[in-house]
Design a binder for this molecule. Sequence first.
Ligand code: AMP
Ligand code: ZN
Length: 472
Amino acid sequence: MTIRLYNTMSRKIEEFKPLVPGKMGFYSCGPTVYWDAHIGNMRTFVNNDIIKRVFIENGYDVTHVTNITDVGHLTSDEDDGDDKMEKGAARENVSVWDIAKKYTDAFLNDADLLNIIRPTFLPRATDHIAEQIALVQELEKMGYTYEIPGNGIYYDTSRFAAYGALGGQNLSELRGGARIDDTGKRNPTDFALWKFSPTDAKRAMEWDSPWGVGFPGWHIECSAMSMKYLGPHFDIHTGGQEHTKVHHTNEIAQAEPIVGNPWVSYWVHYAWLLLKDGKMSKSAGTAYTVRNLIERGYDPMAFRYLLLQGHYRQPLEFSFESLDAAANGYKNIVRRVADILNTENRGDVDTAVYDVWHDKILAPASDNFKTAESLVVVQELLKDATVNPATKIALFEFIDRLLGAQFIDRAKKLIALESETAPAEIVAMAESRAAAKASKDWATADALRSEIDAAGWTVLDSKDGYKIVKKA
Ligand code: AMP
Ligand code: ZN
C-alpha cells in the first residue's frame, strides 16, 4: 500500500518513495542519557515505533538507527550553558560514565515497557568520537570551518547556501537581526563542531583531536553515526519538533557539503506531549516517567493507547483524566478480545474477510500515520458480528504488530487471572458477604468487599450469585 507522510522540508504530504526498493533507512534522534526520559520524550519514541511498524507491515525491510547521546554536550543550542552529563553526575555523586549507563538502561527499560521495538543499531556517541572527528576534518578540508582560539572549531554557516531551509528561516534576517556576541563567531547561526576543554580544569569526558583536547559539538554525532550505519543517503530522519530550526538544520549543514543534496529524503517532526500549564518539568515534579505511571496503577499500554488516539503532528495535552479515559478504553478492548479468545467454536480464518479488514486498518496508519483512525476501524471490527472469532483473532494479531498495543497479550493475562481460583479465606469472606447481603446488612457486605479488594481479589455480582476474580 502507498505510504504518505508529511515532509518538513517540502511542507507537504508526500508519497513515500524508497531509495532502495523494499528498504527503508531510518534515523531517529535518541535520548540524552543524563536523567530519566519523561513520558513526553517517550511520546517521541513511540512515534518512531509507529512509523517503523507501519513500514514493516507494508513489507519494508527497515534499518533503524537511534543514537544514545552520552557526551555531555552543553545544555543550550547555542553551545554554552552547563554540561548535562556532568550535572547528572554531580546530582547523584557518581561518574559521568555511571550516569550514562544507568540512564541508558532506564531508557531501554521504559521503551520495552511501551513495547517499542529496539532499533537495529543503538550507537553511543562516545563510541564514535573517531567518526565525528573524521567528519569535522572533511568539513575543514572543504573550508567550512574556522577556529575560535580558546573556544573550539566552528561551522561557518555563511558557506552553506541552503542553510536554514528545513526550518524555513530567512537567513539574511537571522544574520542581520541578531548581534554577534563576544564569542568570536562569524555569524550568529554558526555552531561548534569541536569544543576545547578549558585549560584550567579537566573535564570528565574529553578526547584528543587534531585541534586539541576537547569534545564534539552536539550536532555532529547524528550526522556521523547516521551515515556510518545507513550510508551517505537514507530515507527518513525524525525527531521532536524543536529540532527543526537548530539541531537538524545543523545536521544537514554538516552532511550535505559532503554527500550532496538531498542528504535525507523525508524529515518528520513530532509535536510534544504537554501539560495544561505548558511543559513537563522535573523540578515541578510533573515530568512523569513510565515507571511513575506504573506506580500509580496504570498499564503502560494504556499510555500507549492514549498516544495512538492522537496524531504525531498535533500537541497532546496529558492529564490523569485523559489517561483514565484511555485506560478504560484500552481495558474494554482487552475484555472483548478475551471474550473472543474464550469462544469455544471460533471457526476458521476467512482470508477474504481478513484481507478487507486488514487493509481497512492499515490504510489510515499508512496515510501520514493516522493511528486514531485505525483504532476507529478496530472498534467497528469488534462490533461486526459477521466476522467470525478466528478471523477476529488473526486480525488482532496483525493489529498488535501494527500498533504495538499488546491487546492479545493482555487478554490472555486477563483470562489467566480470571481462571485462578481464590484461596479458602477469600472464598469464606465472599460467602460471609453474600450472607450479609441476603440479610440486608449492607455495612458488613461493603466492609467485606473492601477487605477482599485489599487482598487482590474482586467479587463480581451476577444474577446467579457471584464470581471471585483476581484483580488485574
Ligand atoms: P532529549 O533526551 O532531551 O535529547 O530528548 C529526547 C527526545 O524527546 C527529543 O527528540 C525531543 O525532541 C523529545 N522531547 C522532549 N520533550 C518532549 C515532549 N514534551 N513531548 C514529546 N517529545 C519531547
Ligand atoms: Zn540528532
